[in-house]
Design a protein around this ligand. Structure first.
Ligand SMILES: Cc1cc2nc3c(=O)[nH]c(=O)nc-3n(C[C@H](O)[C@H](O)[C@H](O)COP(=O)(O)OP(=O)(O)OC[C@H]3O[C@@H](n4cnc5c(N)ncnc54)[C@H](O)[C@@H]3O)c2cc1C
Length: 344
């Protein structure tokens, strides 16, 4: 922000002044009222238009229940995302995207090789999916798997949350055929920094999020991952049997991804899928103008960033295109400003 102000000294920024109401005159949004930190209110008159870019609503349980109940039982990575802009825009006549809101959920932090189709176990130690289904869909699959009380629970889930599972594989993985991987194997010396306590002052990781384990026996691994030992051993034995027969008659994973878990030391990562963002919002057109229920622009009102929609069109954020979320936030913020200024 300081860079922006240096380039545009005329720009005035009001911190700690949340927008609490839009002003509408003769069917046009003409201003916004902000609440100052001392409790007084300030009216900001819009010379051209009001552009809202207040982010998502993941920390507003009522809005989550109404618009994206899929994420209700998962921990959220952010806080203070209360959907203010959605409420303001709706109060001025704008219309929300229909249900089927898109969620961004992931855990890239506990360990690398999050996309590889190793054996996946829920926190009861049971296999629950064809592991080749893909990381992007884990949020959907885990909605129906047991909750778990681990680290980094958010304030709404003190007794446990959804989103937990473990990936398990053995030490033969570096010898597997290249086709056995989606992205490729990462050698043990790189993986080690994801094992809590294994590397002094590990670089490039979040120390509170790494959760990879390497043990000489499966019993020890079960204890480190906090999985019921008997259940995990039974799941591994069944999986090894499927690998031996070369056909996954339980879940249908392609044979090229079937590798028995036999060679110690054994590896296991405990994954914690949390909600990064909710990326659906107020219906907008190609100029980022907010639309009413009839599809007509609400005069004087733009919605950009995660507040604007529709863009993704499905229930899961597509990870295949990196930076898509941020990219569209920047792009439609710029489009909104240019259109409001009559430059488009
Ligand atoms: C851990 C994590 C990793 C991510 N990784 C990626 C990635 O690799 N690539 C990618 O593209 N995206 C990624 N995202 C998503 C991306 O960061 C968000 O989608 C994007 O930042 C949303 O931008 P936004 O401007 O819409 O909202 P926000 O960044 O949430 O900004 C909204 C702003 O509005 C303010 N505000 C809220 N209410 C009011 C009010 N009433 N009045 C005034 N101001 C208000 C808020 O304080 C906030 O400053 C990630 C998100 C997380 C959490």
């Amino acid at each position: 922000m300081e860079n922006v102000r240096a380039a545009h000294p005329e720009l005035e920024v009001f911190y700690r002044t949340p927008a609490v109401r839009l002003v509408t005159e003769n069917g046009r949004v003409t201003g916004v009222i902000g609440r100052q930190h001392d409790g007084t209110h300030t009216l900001f008159r819009a010379a051209k238009a009001v552009i809202l870019a207040t982010g998502d609503y993941t920390n507003n349980p009522a809005m989550v229940a109404r618009w994206c109940p899929d994420i209700a039982e998962f921990d959220k990575k952010q806080f203070g995302k209360t959907g203010d802009g959605h409420v303001l825009a709706i109060s001025a006549g704008a219309n929300m995207e229909p249900v089927g809101h898109t969620k961004m959920m992931h855990d890239f932090d506990s360990a690398l090789m999050f996309e590889e189709p190793f054996l996946y176990l829920n926190m009861h130690g049971e296999r629950f999916t064809n592991e080749y289904t893909g990381f992007v869909y884990m949020g959907n699959l885990l909605r129906d798997q047991p909750s778990y009380k681990g680290n980094m629970l958010d304030a709404d889930h003190p007794d446990g949350s959804k989103g937990w599972y473990c990936t398990v594989y053995d030490s033969s993985y570096m010898e597997w055929d290249k086709d056995s991987f989606v992205d490729g194997p990462v050698p043990p010396f790189v993986m080690e920094k994801f094992i809590p306590g294994a590397v002094e002052n590990p670089q490039g990781v979040f120390k509170n999020l790494i959760d990879l384990h390497r043990c000489d026996t499966l019993e020890e691994l079960a204890a480190e991952l906090d999985l019921p030992c008997d259940a995990m051993l039974a799941s591994v034995a069944r999986y090894n049997q499927l690998c031996q027969q070369g056909c996954d008659t339980d879940f249908g994973k392609p044979a090229k991804y079937l590798h028995p878990i036999l060679k110690p030391p054994f590896w296991g990562a405990r994954k914690h899928i949390r909600v990064s963002a909710e990326v659906s919002g107020i219906r907008t057109n190609e100029n980022a103008q907010a639309l009413d229920a009839a599809g007509k622009p609400v005069k004087g009102l733009y919605c950009a960033g995660n507040l604007g929609g529709p863009f993704f069109g499905g229930s899961d954020y597509p990870f295949h295109q990196t930076g898509l979320s941020l990219g569209r936030c920047y792009t439609f913020g710029m489009i909104a400003a240019k259109h409001a200024l009559g430059m488009l």
